[in-house]
Design a protein around this ligand. Structure first.
Ligand SMILES: O=C(O)C[C@H]1C=CC(=O)O1
Length: 92
């Protein structure tokens, strides 16, 4: 099952830069591990925003929730999820 996910990151203004850098490094490793597993199919930066659009391939809503809630930046994110279905005009 494919899901379009938008993540908006809002780090607290008073978070020390070293702490922010450490969380981002762990987040990058977590993200790249899921990408290597084929679970996190796409990630695109939203131009001009600390946001991304991603496509996840999860077997269930629960699996997607577990992946998203495990993000190191999860406490600092607003996340919206759109389930995707096959378009009848898709030739693939
Ligand atoms: O930068 C972001 O959009 C937030 C987050 C998602 C993956 C990652 O490495 O960082």
């Amino acid at each position: 099952m494919l899901f379009l996910v938008r993540m908006d990151v809002n780090l607290p203004a008073d978070m020390p830069s070293e702490e922010g850098a450490a969380i981002k490094a762990v987040e990058k490793a977590y993200s790249q591990d899921l990408q290597q597993q084929g679970k996190w199919r796409h990630i695109w930066r939203v131009v001009g925003e600390y946001s991304n659009y991603s496509v996840f391939d999860a077997e269930s809503n629960d699996e997607l929730h577990n992946m998203l809630s495990g993000l190191p930046l999860f406490p600092y994110m607003d996340i919206s999820v759109t389930p995707l279905a096959k378009h009848p005009s898709d030739i693939n």
